[in-house]
Ligand binder design. Structure first.
Ligand code: 9D3
Length: 253
């Protein structure tokens, strides 16, 4: 997988490949990260990459020419047909389905903007799709580019260790994860749920599935919206809600 990033801060983005899963993937050649810096294509005396917005207003806009030149240079180092994606607050929401589509490609380009944004003519002529990470504001496209790189890389065959990949990820199943516990059995008077100590693997699997369903319904009901639950899952959910209801009524015990 070759991911190219157009950015004014390549040293920031390259840090995503220094540690952990992405670091290992890069070291083993599963991931190749490439950079182009628009600054290197700013040909005026001051190497300016930004300018004031037409129509007025606060902030600066990334200039067309250095950005276009960097994108064209990057395209030459990417596989034929690799899409060019821009990180932008105006983009479509990035999600796990998108990460899976990108992981199936040979490569793609990411354009990280700074300032108020990039000249819209770049989007019209050099960008295939705009991606947003969500409804919050960060200072530029670099952290979003790192996050997309991480989400995609961990999906590459061989990127995760055996233990990590045997474990079906949260969101792949469309549900939030169940709670996790490790030693000791009791800490600060807090005990591990008895079922996890029972050694009854079927009961444990059932409890985890129930927790995953229950937590998803309470915290992220939107994730259950389009989902077709099995009869068993509906049963687990009813039992979970009944137990929570019961807890509620006995809080002061
Ligand atoms: C005042 C209008 N703001 C737009 C929402 C200005 C603005 C804020 C942040 C312009 C650019 C940016 C930089 N953000 C990104 O480049 C960005 C981003 C984000 O801020 N949130 C979520 N996803 C992304 S992807 C790229």
């Amino acid at each position: 997988m070759r991911i190219g990033v157009v950015t004014l801060f390549p040293e920031q983005v390259s840090a995503v490949a220094e540690f952990g899963v992405v670091g290992r993937a890069a070291k083993r050649g599963l991931l190749e990260l490439e950079f182009e810096n628009p600054r290197d294509y700013a040909l005026d005396a001051h190497r300016t990459v930004d300018d004031r917005p037409y129509g007025g207003g606060p902030g600066m806009v990334m200039r067309f020419e250095p950005l276009a030149a960097a994108i064209l240079a990057l395209r030459k180092r990417l596989p034929e047909g690799a899409p060019m994606l821009a990180l932008s607050p105006q983009g479509r929401r990035f999600d796990q389905a998108m990460a899976e589509r990108l992981a199936a490609l040979e490569g793609f380009g990411l354009v990280a903007g700074r300032y108020e944004g990039i000249d819209e003519r770049i989007v019209e002529t050099h960008v295939d799709e705009e991606l947003s990470l969500g409804d919050f504001v960060v200072s530029g496209g670099e952290l979003p580019a790192m996050l997309v790189t991480d989400a995609v890389t961990r999906l590459l065959p061989g990127a995760l260790g055996d233990a990590e990949s045997a474990n079906a990820d949260s969101f792949s199943a469309g549900l939030l994860d169940h709670p996790h516990y490790t030693r000791p059995e009791e800490v600060d008077g807090l005990r591990v749920p008895e079922v996890l100590l029972s050694g009854d693997h079927q009961r444990i699997a059932r409890w985890r599935q129930q927790q995953a369903l229950g937590r998803t319904l309470r915290r992220r009901p939107d994730l259950l919206e389009g989902m077709e639950l099995t009869a068993e899952q509906r049963e687990l959910l009813e039992e979970y809600l009944e137990a929570k209801h019961h807890e509620q009524n006995h809080r002061s015990d």
